[in-house]
Design a binder for this molecule. Structure first.
Ligand code: MG
Length: 205
């Protein structure tokens, strides 16, 4: 399986990092080894001093497809979960300046915690899903799918122009504003529509 991520999909987050609004979605990949499941703790890696959280809704792809029409994209996922796109911001900033790929900044081991998944049918309207992230009990990020530049169906359509989607692939759909650093001892808790789905303690090696 693969983990496809969308960057720069919420206007307020684009502004907070001083980026420009993309003319088409910005995609990058994380390898399967980036997954962190069952609310296991995240071990702060030695190669970075500036690991940031980015809470994101995650789609689980249910069947193979390529060149998917946005009209039919909703048939290609049936479950929605919550994930953290952990980012080594110090490494990413260096890469950005040099025009180099983000692979090590985004793709390192356990850079993709993901929650259990909820059936899409539990949501009356997937274009109006609220989610938020607490850091040590205080809310630091709030998002709603209505604020996405590229909604779910458009992300699926655009990604599948370039890569075949397969059953079990995950798509991280972008983070709202409020990203920031974590430190050892912190606890992240993620919620969809007020239901706690994700917990991640930051621990030392
Ligand atoms: Mg992200």
């Amino acid at each position: 399986m693969k983990i496809i991520c969308v960057g720069r999909n919420y206007l307020a987050h684009i502004k907070e990092l001083g980026n420009t609004i993309p003319a088409e979605p910005v995609f990058f990949l994380k390898p399967e080894t980036a997954l962190l499941i069952r609310n296991r703790p995240f071990v702060y890696p030695e190669f970075s001093t500036d690991i940031h959280y980015e809470v994101e809704l995650v789609l689980k792809i249910r069947k193979s497809g390529r060149k998917i029409d946005p009209k039919f994209a909703h048939n290609y996922y049936s479950e929605i979960g919550l994930g953290i796109d952990f980012t080594a911001r110090d490494i990413q900033n260096k890469a950005k300046k040099a025009g180099l790929p983000w692979f090590t900044a985004k793709g390192f081991d356990h850079a993709a915690p993901v929650s259990q998944f909820l059936s899409k049918s539990t949501f009356p309207d997937v274009t109006d899903i609220s989610f938020h992230l607490d850091l040590n009990g205080e809310t630091v990020q709030r998002g709603n799918t209505s604020l996405m530049i590229y909604p779910f169906n458009e992300i699926i359509a655009q990604a599948s122009r370039f890569v075949t989607l397969r059953n079990g692939d995950l798509i991280y759909t972008g983070t709202p504003a409020g990203v920031g650093p974590v430190k050892i001892g912190d606890t992240l808790e993620g919620y969809i529509e007020g239901e706690k789905l994700l917990k991640c303690n930051i621990i030392s090696d």
